[in-house]
Design a protein around this ligand. Structure first.
Ligand SMILES: Nc1ncnc2c1ncn2[C@@H]1O[C@H](COP(=O)(O)OP(=O)(O)O)[C@@H](O)[C@H]1O
Ligand SMILES: [Mg+2]
Length: 497
């Protein structure tokens, strides 16, 4: 049984593929399994692959760059069930091994969507329903020594699995801030080697496009439109794959936000979104192996907080000091929701006191509330004058010139790497986290570094420090010297100089 037989067979998948609307998907599936195409199908193939001829052999891996609601997740489920039920993997298994069809989705919700599709296909076909041996929320075991498992992007323990198919969904949207800046590339390099030893195994990655980076864009850049390439890339707007999606849905999205709709429904990679800072530049600033630096007597420490109310975002804190021209991050804290803001403030104040800090800087979040909490416990709260985008903008030269030393803390590194710059037409660039990602730690680090590195002054060893703008800060220096003279003369702190 090949995939097209299965799609056309009333006793198998035909009830799921009624009507003419599945035409383009049939062509994709035929190409995926190197089946013959009719002249009309060849045209569809050419349009979406940029190739002149379909591959004569099965591609080693395939990538779908298709719009939202184009049917990607459903087709991944169809391929998963087909490979699980209609292939005999037993000749390639070791004693006691189970062939695993591994589906990896961006998050739990999307994993559940695929699991529903998989179960629907299996239970909806009597012949396949009989194959089910047992099932849990994430896994279905079949009687033929095959299991279909659904995981989220944070899944790493592929060791010990015999993976016969890796089906990766929406990988342009995998969260980059869970301690890994490149989860897509990491998962692929974890599963690819094991699959290479199993004949007929398949890596199939599907996603709506987003920014021009990551594994999806790499695959598109390298393999789209290349005749004879063993990696097949198929790119298509939503309605070309799923004409049942009403045009007015696309039109409304276009009207609301043309740039985002061109990506979501038009399957065009966004050119207005780019990585804010390169991974290499961040990596060069990391003090390898240093998780935290304990307070050193005599050093003057500074802190920046990014408060949160405890339901949606993390409440973060960064502590650091200045060492010659470099801003050193000494400690980073994050409390993830849900939490009680009062108890987080209490915990943070204890830490601040250990570093001899009596003033924190933070943004305006929550109005007076966080300020009051800190004040109650004896810590002054200063409002950061600059919005987040501006902090990040001023943080960049510090990173690029290695004037900041970061801790070896995977979550902060991942958050900094996943920041992105968006150019708005006629407006200023904004810098923020990627969709679905977080930047609370990055925000505290940038706020701290910019605050410390942003102004010229004397560092702990008494050396004069230049500003990041390379100005010599002559006015500040003169003011500082006057202040010293007044202090030495015993003038009260309010003395005007
Ligand atoms: N070509 C098509 N004809 C009819 N229905 C389709 C077609 N493609 C997709 N669908 C339906 O559209 C819905 C969305 O599909 P899904 O796979 O979840 O989209 P995606 O993952 O691309 O966002 C599903 O109910 C699916 O069955
Ligand atoms: Mg989907």
């Amino acid at each position: 049984v090949n995939i097209l037989h299965a799609l056309n067979d009333e006793k198998i998948f035909a009830p799921f593929f009624r009507g003419d609307s599945w035409r383009a998907w049939r062509v994709f599936l035929a190409a995926l399994f190197a089946l013959q195409l009719t002249p009309e199908q060849r045209e569809i193939f050419q349009r979406h692959t940029g190739r002149s001829a379909p591959p004569g052999v099965r591609p080693r891996e395939a990538w779908l760059v298709c719009g939202r609601r184009s049917g990607k997740s459903f087709i991944l489920a169809v391929v998963a069930v087909f490979l699980a039920a209609f292939r005999d993997w037993r000749p390639f298994l070791q004693q006691g091994e189970v062939a695993t069809v591994m589906v990896i989705a961006a998050d739990r919700r999307q994993a559940r969507v695929i699991m529903r599709y998989v179960l629907g296909l299996l239970r909806g076909v009597p012949m396949l329903a009989q194959l089910i041996e047992s099932e849990t929320r994430e896994s279905i075991s079949l009687r033929n020594r095959v299991a279909i498992e659904v995981h989220t992007a944070s899944f790493r323990s592929t060791r010990g699995y015999a993976i016969v198919a890796g089906l990766l969904d929406e990988l342009a949207f995998w969260p980059t801030d869970e301690g890994s800046a490149e989860p897509d590339a990491e998962v692929i390099s974890a599963i690819r080697p094991g699959m290479a030893t199993i004949p007929g195994s398949m890596l199939l990655c599907a996603s709506s496009p987003y920014a021009r980076r990551g594994a999806l864009h790499d695959a598109y850049r390298k393999h789209f439109g290349q005749d004879g390439d063993p990696v097949l890339v198929w790119k298509s707007p939503t309605r070309d794959m799923n004409p049942t999606l009403p045009q007015h849905v696309v039109d409304a999205a276009m009207e609301a936000d043309p740039v985002s709709a061109a990506a979501e429904y038009g399957a065009e990679f966004r050119s207005d979104v780019e990585s804010f800072v390169s991974r290499d530049a961040i990596a060069a600033c990391v003090a390898v192996g240093v998780r935290e630096c304990a307070p050193v007597p005599g050093v003057i420490y500074v802190a920046f907080v990014d408060p949160s109310g405890g339901s949606a975002d993390s409440f973060t804190l960064a502590i650091g000091h200045r060492q010659d021209a470099v801003v050193v991050i000494d400690a980073v804290r994050e409390v993830r929701p849900p939490f009680s803001p009062e108890s987080v403030v209490t915990e943070y104040v204890e830490l601040l006191q250990r570093y001899g800090i009596s003033t924190v800087t933070g943004d305006r979040y929550g109005g007076e509330w966080p300020r009051e909490q800190f004040r109650k416990l004896g810590i002054e709260y200063e409002l950061s004058a600059r919005p987040k985008s501006e902090l990040y903008r001023d943080f960049l030269p510090l990173v690029n010139s290695r004037q900041v030393e970061l801790l070896d803390h995977p979550r902060s590194v991942a958050q900094l790497c996943s920041l992105e710059r968006r150019t708005a037409r006629g407006g200023r660039d904004s810098i923020d986290h990627a969709p679905g990602a977080h930047d609370d730690i990055a925000n505290a680090i940038a706020g701290l570094a910019v605050g410390l590195g942003g102004t010229p002054g004397y560092d702990v060893s008494g050396d004069w420090i230049f500003g990041p703008d390379h100005s010599d800060g002559a006015a500040e220096k003169a003011a500082w010297v006057r202040r010293r003279i007044l202090d030495d003369a015993g003038a009260p702190p309010w003395a005007i100089f």
